[in-house]
Design a protein around this ligand. Sequence first.
Ligand SMILES: Nc1ncnc2c1ncn2[C@@H]1O[C@H](COP(=O)(O)OP(=O)(O)OP(=O)(O)O)[C@@H](O)[C@H]1O
Length: 231
Amino acid sequence: MRLEAVTRAYGDVTALREVTWSFPRGGLTAVMGPSGSGKSTFLHCASGLDRPTSGSVRIGEVDLGTLKEARLTRLRRERIGFVFQAFNLIPSMSVEQNVTLPLRLAGRDPDPARVAAILRRVGLAERAGHRPSELSGGQQQRAAIARALITEPEVVFADEPTGALDPRTARDVLRLLREAVDVSGQTVVLVTHDPLAAAWADSAVFLSEGRVVDELTAPTVEQLLRRWETL
Ligand SMILES: Nc1ncnc2c1ncn2[C@@H]1O[C@H](COP(=O)(O)OP(=O)(O)OP(=O)(O)O)[C@@H](O)[C@H]1O
C-alpha cells in the first residue's frame, strides 16, 4: 500500500500535508502521534473511507482515486478489514452473525468450517451464539477481529483497537493482529497512542501536524516513549 503526496483539508484545516509513505506487504506498522496530528484522517484516506483532497493511494496495483464509489465499496469489503476502538458490533446479532456479516454483505455464503476455525482462533468458539452485550470488552474486540479477518483481507486497519481494554486483554488483541501478519501474511496498520501497543509493530511511523516526522524500526517501548516525549 502506498500513499503519494496525500493532502486532506477540511475547509481551512489541513489534517494531512503531502504524506508519502509505503507500507510493506506482510508488515505490522503502528501509526502514532498526538491528538489532532492526523492519524484518523490518515487511516480514513489510506483505507478508502475518505478521499484525499490531493495525492493518491494505491493498494497493490489499484489506485483508489480512480474507482467510482461502488467499486471502492467493493474493494473495501473484499480487500480491507477494519477494527475500531468501540468494537462496532451489531448488538442484536450473535457473535457468529457479526463475524459472518462481511461475507453476507458481499453476497457470499459463509463456509461453516471456516467460521468455526476463525472463532476458535480468536478464542470464541464457545460464544458463537452469544450477543455482544454478553461478552467482555476483550471478547467483543476479538469478535471484531474475527469479523475483520473473515474475508481474508490483504490489509487490516485497526484504529486504537486496545484503547478501551486493560493491558492483559489488550495483549490478546495485539497477539491476534501480530498473527495475522506472521501466520497469514496480511498487512496491518495499527493507529495507537499507546507505546505498549506500538511495540508489537515492525515499525512505528510518527505523525505531527499532518506530516510524517519519523519512523522507528523494530521499536522498543523505551524508544517509543522517548520519541513520543519529543514530538
Ligand atoms: N470532518 C472534519 N471536519 C473538520 N475538521 C476535521 C475533520 N476531521 C478531522 N478534522 C481536523 O483535522 C485534524 C486532524 O484530525 P484527526 O482526527 O485526523 O487527528 P487524530 O490524530 O486522529 O486525533 P485523535 O488522536 O484525537 O483521534 C484536527 O485538527 C481535526 O480537528
